[in-house]
Design a protein around this ligand. Structure first.
Ligand code: SF4
Length: 390
């Protein structure tokens, strides 16, 4: 990350598209998506999305250069080539993509096809994020994923052969009863594939999921926190040994292959989002769409932007978010931070939290960042830092 990146955030914009369909609803997932859908629903959603792009662009777009595009969800790779092309054409007509550096598609193995991959590339998609989650078939069944380990590898190689030079794989660790060996096996399988980027999230028991329900009934229990901590620290070490450096609490990449779109979120670039449940952030206003495809379609058929609510981010909130998000990522760029908030953060931390240095925090090139141990208890340390500022 350079000062240049931060300096340019005012004139750049990122776009996010939430595709609310999956081939199956996984039992741990709390993202807004339908686990079953038909062609009519997909076509109706596509038509609504095209209208939303028109309306939102008119209201919010000020001819900024689009720096990154991200298709998430849900499973964007379930969209037919026909519908994807309609959306891509609309994006190209509506926004200035002349400075686009990254266009990511999230994809699940079962819906990756040669035809889709080639079509993505033709449209300018240059990054693929594949939801692998595990290379252990029993774990994949437990997670209710509908692919197996061989299919991940097969679709990964197909993506490479089709021409994708920037691929990320998502993994989940600390599954209930997961042994250290099983997790290391999954990690080694992913290292063998040699992707540019890996996301490794610990399993979260999100409320309103089937997983949470089973947890409440005592049928599934989370791992011991010490076991999870040790897995996490070992993961960071192994990633580094394999040429993937940690640039966020759960994200690792080869040098220069960080997800630019997510960095834009964490370092405060404006983003405009589309689709049910999608959140946008434009000129200190955060606003979000209804989390209902029905409502989304209904409003857009009347040419109404399906915004459910908004909040204005004042300086105090902006300060809190900057500390929280930047520490979780590459760290706080102290000079930029001082210029923006008029706070000498390093001085404050030195005076009151000096004991955190080395084990949990360090400063290099004027960037305050977590060590691996710091990442492992990030909320606790962030809270302490907030307290010295107040
Ligand atoms: S495929 Fe992804 S978005 Fe869809 S239900 Fe599973 S975890 Fe959620």
């Amino acid at each position: 990350m350079s000062g240049f990146f931060l300096f340019n955030k005012q004139i750049m914009l990122s776009l996010y598209f939430h595709i609310p369909f999956c081939n199956h609803k996984c039992f741990y997932c709390d993202f807004y998506s339908l686990g079953k859908f038909n062609k009519n629903q997909e076509d109706a959603f596509t038509e609504s999305l095209l209208i939303e792009i028109d309306l939102s662009a008119k209201k919010y777009y000020k001819n900024q250069k689009i720096e990154t595009i991200f298709f998430g969800g849900g499973t964007p790779s379930v969209l037919s080539v026909y519908n994807f092309n309609k959306i891509a054409d609309k994006i190209k007509q509506s926004f200035d993509l002349s400075n686009l550096i990254e266009w990511t598609m999230e994809a699940n193995p079962e819906s990756i096809t040669k035809e889709r991959l080639e079509n993505y590339l033709q449209n300018g998609v240059n990054r693929l994020s594949i939801g692998a989650q595990s290379f252990n078939n029993d774990e994949l069944i437990f997670l209710e994923r509908i692919h197996n380990s061989d299919e991940i590898k097969e679709k990964y190689y197909l993506s490479r052969e089709s021409g994708f030079e920037n691929i990320s794989l998502d993994l989940i660790f600390s599954l209930p009863k997961q042994s250290r060996e099983n997790w290391l096996n999954s990690l080694n399988s992913v290292f063998e594939l040699d992707p540019e980027h890996i996301s490794a999230y610990s399993l979260i028991f999100e409320e309103k999921t089937k997983l949470y329900n089973q947890f409440q009934k005592g049928l599934i229990l989370p791992n011991d926190p010490d076991f999870e901590h040790d897995l996490y620290i070992e993961t960071i070490e192994l990633m580094e040994k394999n040429g993937l450096y940690q640039y966020e609490i759960s994200n690792y990449s080869k040098i220069g292959k960080e997800c630019k779109h997510n960095l834009n979120y964490w370092y405060g670039t404006d983003y405009l989002s589309f689709g049910p449940s999608a959140h946008s952030f434009i000129e200190n206003k955060r606003f979000w769409n209804y989390r209902s495809l029905k409502k989304y379609n209904e409003l857009l058929s009347q040419k109404i932007i399906p915004e459910e609510n908004f909040e204005i981010i004042n300086t105090e909130m902006s300060l809190t978010e900057a500390i929280y998000l930047q520490l979780r990522s590459k760290g706080i760029f102290l000079e930029e931070f001082k210029a923006k908030f008029d706070i000498d953060l390093l001085n404050l931390v030195n005076m009151k939290l000096e004991y955190l240095f080395h084990k949990h925090l360090n400063v290099e090139n004027n960037i305050l960042r977590f060590t691996p141990e710091g990442y492992s208890i990030s909320d606790e340390i962030t809270l302490k830092i907030m307290e010295v500022i107040e």
